[in-house]
Ligand binder design. Structure first.
Ligand code: NAD
Length: 260
């Protein structure tokens, strides 16, 4: 119960990696906030954590809206007494070759991944400073924080940007006990990835099996997908790490796809 007494807010926690991360943080003792655009699914996740004996609430949050982010963080502090861990995880994927990439899609991608990370950090860090206890901020990056892939101009740009944000937050927050790190998963079979398989097959003119084998898992050491549990366990490790020795870093969980 490394996180007993801590409050952790996870964005995009109604599905996939965020959901499993919230469940793991709750198992480790944290009171968790399931923050998502999809309130109905967020409430289901919160209810099932509570049924399993954990502590959880759901809040409706569009991470691209400053008002919605501020309201969600204020609700968290009012109901649970503070915020110790922020996991900025909400994300989507839109793939297209750059000459066809719609400007509106580019802006939407940067808004969810980068504006969302900035707005949630800005709102949460004030409370981490005010409590005098500091905290841990974890950004959901990707192997695409370090590597590029075809068709993913906006995603790769945004995920690289999170490394810069984390390093600045690590420097600003360090003296007040706030740590900032990036977790960088390889491919994980969540709804986000299931959607991409047929899209990439069409865009690259290859079969779905070839997308999985020759695009997604080609560079791994064993041809295996990373799992939501692998990612959640890494986030929990960073959330519970209690000193500034580990800050401003990116931790890659990708079956060796990217080695740093
Ligand atoms: P997912 O589609 O399963 O879940 C994403 C969640 O984010 C959904 O519940 C969705 O409602 C929510 N969301 C979307 N837009 C939002 C917004 N504006 N405000 C609040 N919530 C919003 O996806 P996932 O695969 O679990 O991805 C989670 C994160 O992990 C993303 O940042 C993604 O880029 C990253 N990631 C995923 C993989 C992978 O292979 N699945 C690999 C590396 C990184």
């Amino acid at each position: 119960m490394a996180l007993q007494g801590k409050v952790a807010l996870v964005t995009g926690a109604a599905s996939g990696i965020g959901e499993q991360t919230a469940r793991k943080l709750a198992t480790d003792g944290a009171a968790v906030v399931i923050a998502d655009l999809n309130l109905a699914n967020a409430q289901k996740v919160a209810d099932s954590i509570v049924e399993a004996g954990g502590k959880a609430i759901a809040v409706s949050m569009d991470v691209t809206s400053e008002d919605a982010v501020n309201a969600g963080i204020e609700e968290t502090v009012a109901k649970l007494g503070g915020i110790d861990v922020l996991v900025s995880n909400a994300g989507i994927q839109i793939v297209a070759p750059i000459e066809e990439y719609a400007y509106a899609d580019w802006k939407k991608m940067l808004a969810i991944h980068l504006d969302g990370a900035f707005l949630t950090t800005k709102a949460a860090i004030r409370h981490m400073y005010a409590s005098g206890k500091g905290g841990s901020i974890i950004y959901m990056g990707s192997v695409h924080s370090h590597e590029a892939s075809k068709l993913k101009s906006a995603y790769v740009t945004a995920k690289h940007g999170l490394l810069g944000l984390a390093r600045v937050v690590a420097k600003e927050g360090g003296p007040r006990g706030v740590r900032a790190n990036v977790v960088c998963p390889g491919f994980v079979r969540t709804p986000l990835v299931e959607k991409q398989i047929p899209e990439q097959a069409k865009a690259l003119g290859i079969s779905e099996e070839e997308v999985v084998k020759n695009v997604m898992l080609k560079e791994t050491v064993d041809g295996e997908f990373t799992t939501v549990a692998d990612v959640a366990n890494t986030v929990a490790f960073l959330a519970g790490f209690e000193s500034n020795a580990l800050t401003g870093q990116s931790v890659v969980v990708s079956h060796g796809w990217f080695m740093q």
